[in-house]
Design a binder for this molecule. Structure first.
Ligand code: SF4
Ligand code: SF4
Length: 385
């Protein structure tokens, strides 16, 4: 930290990214899901016309990149209509999917509608582990078939694997599988503990040794791929809890990113609805007014809201004091410094959580699968606290 950095008054520029979370419904039950714990409460989804209006407003605001995600966006029968609308508006469109609900006919229909990019997630290399993690026996084979179908349709094959304690030791097999499939780009994203994943952080957090072995294995694979002249990019994302400086979450609150949730709530990031504040919806206000004028989007812009230690630190325009959701989940105060920061008074508590993860043991309870039944159970426990 260095002394006295004057408060920065935010100058608000248009969003670049719009994330359309079309639904929280999903046929899979991943324990690392980042959807809110009470996702079952948001079953009133925007209809096709409302989504088209959101897309028009988002593009009018200046957003150029559009992600369709969920839940599982393929559950929406109108996905092709929305892709076509987005394309006609000039968005670059990206579908973020588990691949479940996709078949060759639908890949071709999405391609004909103008979809630019598809990212499919895998759970593991071993089919039994993949089935256990997804809570589905059929999903793994379908994902592999769809990864191939996407490539056959002329898209680059972009695969995403959430890495955690239960699959991290298979990372070499996972990369080998991606290689066999003909992937062009693989994101090995260590789990971040938001939403449903936060419930399961003890079961999901890898040990330091596991993490080091996985990074070493990824590096060896990069060298092997390069020696073979094989063009497959491997991205390895380290878990936040092992860092000493927080990430610049979403490029800064209300800075470049806007999420519209299934029910029309507009959020600065897809995890933000866990915070104790209210977010406007597209039923009440225009995206323009929400972006420029709402308290929700202005609350954490600039530096005036930051704790003193961050205001006086020369890193505040680099990391924006970290993630508001992480600060709230770990300290109970959404205006606090992200405890990932080594200068946070809560960093020692985070470190002891990390130390607790260093012993591989059978935990008294397994990871909680993400499904409506468990969501009801979790929220009724929380409501009665
Ligand atoms: S992480 Fe798993 S459960 Fe959550 S939306 Fe994605 S596929 Fe569905
Ligand atoms: S979180 Fe705050 S104190 Fe920590 S490095 Fe960032 S600005 Fe500095």
């Amino acid at each position: 930290m260095s002394a006295d950095h004057a408060s920065v008054v935010p100058s608000v520029t248009p969003p670049l990214w719009l994330l359309a979370e079309l639904t929280y419904r999903c046929p899979l039950q991943c324990s690392y899901c980042s959807n809110p714990i009470d996702f079952h409460r948001y079953h009133q989804e925007l209809d096709t016309q409302a989504w088209c209006d959101v897309l028009r407003q988002g593009r009018g605001l200046g957003a150029a990149q559009l992600g369709f995600s969920g839940g599982e966006p393929l559950i929406r029968k109108d996905l092709e209509v929305l892709v076509e609308e987005a394309r006609s508006l000039g968005f670059y469109t990206n579908l973020i999917t588990s691949g479940v609900g996709l078949d060759v006919k639908r890949v071709n229909a999405l391609s004909a509608a103008g979809l630019d990019h598809i990212q499919i997630s895998l759970q593991a290399a071993d089919p039994d582990l993949a089935s256990a993690l997804a809570g589905s026996k059929k999903a793994h084979a379908n994902k592999l078939a769809m990864a191939r179908a996407v490539k056959d349709a002329g898209y680059p094959m972009v695969l995403n694997v959430v890495i955690h304690r239960q699959n991290i030791d298979q990372i070499g097999d996972i990369i080998a599988l991606c290689d066999q499939l003909g992937a062009d780009e693989v994101e090995l994203a260590n789990c971040q503990y938001y939403g449903w994943a936060f419930l399961n952080r003890r079961q999901l957090m890898p040990t330091r040794d596991q993490l080091k072995r996985a990074e070493d294995e990824t590096r060896r694979w990069r060298e092997r791929l390069q020696a073979r002249g094989r063009d497959m990019t491997l991205h390895f994302v380290v878990p936040d809890y092992y860092e000493k400086q927080p990430k610049p979450c979403m490029g800064g609150w209300g800075s470049i990113f806007m999420t519209v949730a299934p029910d029309g709530a507009v959020l600065p990031c897809h995890s933000a609805r866990e915070l104790p504040m209210s977010f406007p919806t597209v039923n009440d206000l225009t995206l323009h007014d929400i972006w420029y004028q709402s308290d929700a989007f202005n609350r954490f812009r600039g530096t005036a809201w930051m704790p003193q230690r961050c205001q006086q630190c020369d890193q505040h325009s680099v990391d924006f004091a970290g993630c508001r959701c992480q600060a709230y989940l770990l300290t109970g105060d959404m205006t606090d410094t992200d405890p990932v920061c080594e200068f946070s008074p809560h960093h020692a508590a985070l470190e002891s959580m990390v130390e607790d993860a260093q012993v591989i043991r059978v935990l008294e309870s397994g990871a909680i699968p993400r499904n409506v039944h468990m969501a009801r159970q979790q929220t009724s426990t929380k409501d009665s606290e």
